[in-house]
Ligand binder design. Structure first.
Ligand code: HAM
Length: 438
């Protein structure tokens, strides 16, 4: 659905479309104001926005069911928060942040992700102990735009702070899985790994670096660059994968506690009927992860945009950003990608009913619309001054499954209803209408 150009306006090409290029520049065309959204951003309009509403509602529902309360943090933060939190060696911090100086001379950055901000907010509020927060909103990364990879994109996420229990990891993983399955994303797969504790990391990184150095002349240029700043990320390189088949992986280098925790996460997932596959090369793109790391893949996505969401445990992040030690685990789902993964499914109607008004029945019609809305139904009406024929066209366009005609039957306490799918007409008592529609 995300690819339907008519409803989601993208900044594809510079504005010569239909103009000078094809005509060899012979015709003078008046300058057309550029009304496209900035590169890598989208306007989301109906009907595609219907799917967005459904997806975001499902997110609110699932995150509430799992006990996460809403948390809201600013769309921009001091740049330092992300440099320290997300990590200076990451692609996100090195190449993708929207960073600028504000009028007061402070360096600020549009948030590229939500976790660092939520941990900052938890610390700032002086909260102690366990705490669960859910968020939903736009994030910003200067990426090379393509379908499902945007410069402004929407994440929904949760963070569970103040606990090291592996049960929390399994619960977070289950939440993302239930959300995707409920939406109907085809072929959802949960991939998990353990990256071990910070204390186990140096020995492993040294072994991996030696392994990579021995194959330096076979690595792609990107991997050679990545190796210098974050050797783990090389494991993630699709180009180099064939020559790295026997590379040492983090899960083989876990300390005792991290290994036990990983076993428990897997046992908890099995107990909650969450299918998963172990992905020893899964390393994630942000620096703060310790122990559990996971991603969701699925849908009809190409390799560049496979992860529909991901997350993991980050027991050192709070200290990295200047706070006390607060363990945590969380996830973020990429809503733009999930919309793409849902494919061309027709979104459900945005309305339950659409009202058409016969001349002289405006007051009755307006009262009925109000009454139905107050009864909890989603109802809209055409301009009653227009002909019934043109009102029916509007009813058709609205996608509502039922049209309600307010006409002379009103005097007998009735309205005429029409089921749009097959044209069946039925007279319904006005008092019964709300119940009948729902
Ligand atoms: P992330 O893997 O960087 O993790 O992003 C999570 C998801 O956001 C990705 O799996 C993807 O679906 C989506 N995403 C990322 N970049 C883009 C983009 N440019 N365009 C469209 N979608 C995108 C995080 O951000 C962590 N904060 C997740 C987390 C929460 N870890 C612990 N708690």
């Amino acid at each position: 659905m995300g690819t339907r150009g008519s409803t989601r306006t993208r900044n594809h090409n510079p504005g010569l479309a239909g103009g000078g290029a094809g005509g060899g520049g012979r015709y003078h065309r008046p300058p057309v104001p550029n009304l496209r959204p900035p590169k890598g951003t989208d306007d989301v309009l109906p009907p595609e926005s219907r799917t967005w509403r459904q997806v975001l509602r499902a997110w609110d529902d699932w995150s509430e069911r799992f006990g996460y309360e809403l948390v809201m943090t600013p769309l921009f933060e001091a740049t330092d928060l992300f440099e320290r939190g997300v990590g200076e060696s990451t692609e996100v911090v090195r190449k993708q942040m929207y960073t600028f100086e504000d009028r007061g001379g402070r360096s600020v950055t549009l948030r590229p992700e939500g976790t660092a901000s939520v941990v900052r907010a938890y610390l700032n509020a002086g909260i102690q102990g366990e705490w669960k927060g859910a968020y939903s909103g736009p994030m910003f990364r200067y990426e090379r735009p393509q379908g499902g990879r945007r410069r402004q994109f929407w994440q929904t996420g949760v963070e569970h702070l103040g606990t090291e229990r592996p049960t929390a990891d399994a619960e977070v993983i289950e939440l993302g899985y239930r959300f995707l399955v409920d939406l109907g994303v085809p072929g959802v797969e949960v991939q998990i790994n353990s990256l071990g504790d910070a204390v186990d990391r140096p020995a492993y990184v040294a072994e991996l670096t030696a392994y990579l150095e021995a194959r330096r002349d076979q690595l792609c240029a990107d991997s050679i660059e990545t190796m210098a700043v974050n050797p783990l990320r090389v494991l993630d390189c699709k180009t180099c994968a064939p020559i790295l088949g026997d590379a040492p992986t983090p899960d083989q280098h876990l300390g005792t506690e991290a290994a036990e925790a990983y076993e428990e996460v897997k046992a908890r997932l099995a107990a909650a009927d969450v299918p998963f596959v172990e992905a020893p090369r899964l390393v994630r793109g942000l620096d703060y992860y310790t122990r559990t790391a996971f991603e969701y893949v699925g849908g009809e996505l190409d390799i560049a945009q496979v992860a529909l969401g991901g997350g993991g445990r980050y027991d050192g992040l709070a200290e990295e950003i200047g706070g006390r030690r607060v363990p945590g685990v969380g996830l973020a789902m990429g809503i733009d990608r999930i919309i793409v993964a849902l494919g061309e499914a027709i979104p459900a109607a945005a309305l339950d009913g659409f009202v058409v008004t016969v001349a002289g029945r405006n007051a009755e019609s307006a009262g009925l619309v109000s009454q139905l809305r107050r009864a909890g139904l989603r109802v809209d009406a055409a301009d009653p001054e227009r002909s019934v024929k043109s009102q029916f066209k509007a009813a058709d366009r609205s996608g509502a499954p039922t049209t309600i005609v307010v006409g002379d039957e009103w005097d007998e306490g009735l309205v005429r209803t029409k089921r749009m799918a097959d044209g069946t007409e039925t007279d319904i008592e006005i008092q019964e209408l709300a119940a009948w529609l729902s």
